[in-house]
Design a protein around this ligand. Structure first.
Ligand code: BGC
Length: 512
């Protein structure tokens, strides 16, 4: 099964280059590559190639900078460590695809039952429901002549619905859907609907999705182990005032791939980097040992990797495969979440968590007297107060007087100086670039498995879209980790909303 992506490990635990994939000539451990992998941030200004403080700085600054750089060292991974992550990811992917090892695999590789990509002949009016980590959206779209036109959309924050019951959640969803149909004059119609539900689940068909575990700090009761397609249908039935034809339940990564494939027929992978993270790709059926559906053409299927769970600890809390890279901040994040020890990779890389990682580092630096004159405020000590979007604002702020940074900390009761802003920026970029590099290792494992020379990967998610450097770091790191492949990241417009309608449209076309 699979190809030769996973490199052999030598007995001393070091990796041995696989000439087929990484190439004997790709000097992956060279200093040059290490340098290239460093961020474009001011991290480089403060350290030399070996993470030592820059001797050109004055002595006082160096004492603090040393503390700063040594505290951030755990965030900076060498290329050989990233290659290792890529291999571990690939190994878990292979375990996920195989019947014998699926149960113990971190990366579950769920078959989505989406086998065909759009061919451009799809047409009609569709509804889409999108439940992600932050919002519930309802969309009405029209598809014809290879164009997807959004006619209407509503968006509702669902942060207050994370701890309700399943019935309450799905009643809320059905109510918003009914309202939307009423408002858009659709109440008398029965339209086809695509349902994007962006949590881990096992599918037995396009219209079956049994939730395995909540992620993104949701803990809605009575849904784990249940089929969310059924829960949605039941909620609609309880109302009795609307009728829809749910044609597919899909993950947001699948929506992103399909939405991208609508314009780029060669798109083979989908990536989400928003509140959570995940990736999917098109796999040959012959490689999917766990597949027990039909083997009619096209002999391919979209696999939802659910890579957020990569590195998960076992039920007794014993460490997983990423334990060597887990920092005290990641541990703290785990302890503060409802799924301690689970969705480890997601917690190191996605929008829900990066802000909190930065805050934890800043608190430690403040307590050590390295920043903010050692002044800590109650706000700064408040969990989750530092949003990931602040990382983007701070990193993209090039103003001489660091306006963005100062105004963010003003909210936390701190008047901070320019030199503090520089240090905060260094922390932000260390955290965001670690995420970008780990994600690139994941994508490198996927493109390696796909085995094509050129791979298009559709991407969606606010962190990817709005962070100023993540795109560039990912493009550069992917190139280093998959040097014989050309990976093109293409931003997909509204993968989870539009994508659901497109999957429904493809399903409808295939039914005709
Ligand atoms: C979920 C995935 C989802 C990802 C991005 C993760 O927490 O497990 O299903 O695709 O978030 O939304």
């Amino acid at each position: 099964m699979g190809n030769t992506c996973t490199k052999a490990r030598s007995e001393d635990g070091k990796t041995i280059s696989d000439p087929g994939q990484l190439g004997a000539n790709s000097d992956i451990n060279s200093d040059e590559n290490e340098l290239m992998l460093k961020t474009t941030s001011n991290y480089e200004d403060t350290v030399d190639d070996h993470g030592q403080a820059n001797p050109n700085r004055n002595a006082d600054e160096n004492i603090e900078e040393n503390e700063l750089t040594s505290m951030l060292k755990c965030m900076h991974h060498r290329i050989d460590q990233l290659i290792d992550v890529k291999e571990l990811m690939h190994r878990e992917m292979m375990k996920g695809l195989s019947k014998d090892t699926h149960n113990t695999a971190d990366v579950k590789m769920y078959p989505t039952y989406v086998r065909a990509t759009p061919d451009g002949t799809e047409s009609g009016d569709f509804l889409a429901l999108d439940i992600g980590g932050t919002n519930l959206r309802v969309l009405y779209v029209h598809i014809s002549d290879k164009v997807v036109k959004q006619i209407a959309e509503t968006r509702h924050e669902i942060k207050d619905l994370k701890k309700v019951t399943g019935i309450q959640l799905f009643d809320y969803v059905a109510e918003r859907l009914a309202e939307f149909m009423e408002k858009n004059g659709l109440k008398e119609k029965t339209l086809p609907l695509g349902f994007t539900f962006s949590f881990p689940y096992v599918q037995k068909g396009l219209t079956s999705a049994t939730l395995t575990a909540w992620s993104k700090d949701f803990e809605v009761s009575g849904v784990e182990g249940e089929d969310v397609y059924v829960l949605l249908q039941e909620a609609i039935k309880r109302r009795g005032d609307i009728s829809v034809n749910v044609l597919a339940v899909i993950n947001d990564t699948t929506g992103t791939l399909m939405s991208c494939a609508f314009e780029h027929h060669d798109c083979v992978a989908g990536l989400i980097l928003g509140t959570g993270t995940n990736a999917c790709y098109i796999e040959k059926l012959e490689n999917v040992d766990i597949w027990d559906g039909d083997t009619l053409p096209p002999q391919q299927i979209i696999i939802n990797t659910e890579w957020g769970a990569f590195g998960d600890r076992d039920a007794d809390g014993n460490g997983g495969v990423l334990e060597h890279l887990i920092t005290e901040y990641d541990d703290e994040i785990n302890r503060s979440t409802v799924n301690d020890g689970k969705h480890i990779f997601e917690k190191m890389t996605s929008g829900m968590y990066l802000g909190e990682i930065v805050r934890l580092i800043l608190v430690k630096l403040t307590k050590a007297g390295v920043i903010f004159n050692g002044n800590i405020t109650d706000d700064l000590e408040t969990k989750w107060i530092f949003k990931t979007k602040y990382i983007s604002y701070i990193e993209e702020d090039t103003s001489v007087n660091n306006e963005a940074c100062k105004s963010i900390f003003k909210k936390f009761g701190l008047e901070i100086k320019d030199e503090d802003c520089e240090k905060v920026k260094t922390v932000c970029s260390a955290v965001s670039s670690r995420a970008a590099k780990l994600l690139s290792a994941g994508i490198a494992a996927i493109v390696c498995q796909v085995g094509r020379k050129e791979v298009i990967c559709g991407v969606d998610g606010s962190l990817y879209k709005y962070h100023p450097n993540i795109k560039t770091i990912m493009a550069e790191t992917t190139k280093l980790l998959a040097p014989f492949m050309t990976v093109q990241y293409v931003e997909s417009s509204d993968g989870s909303g539009r994508g659901a309608a497109i999957v429904a449209a493809v399903a409808q076309r295939l039914k005709k």
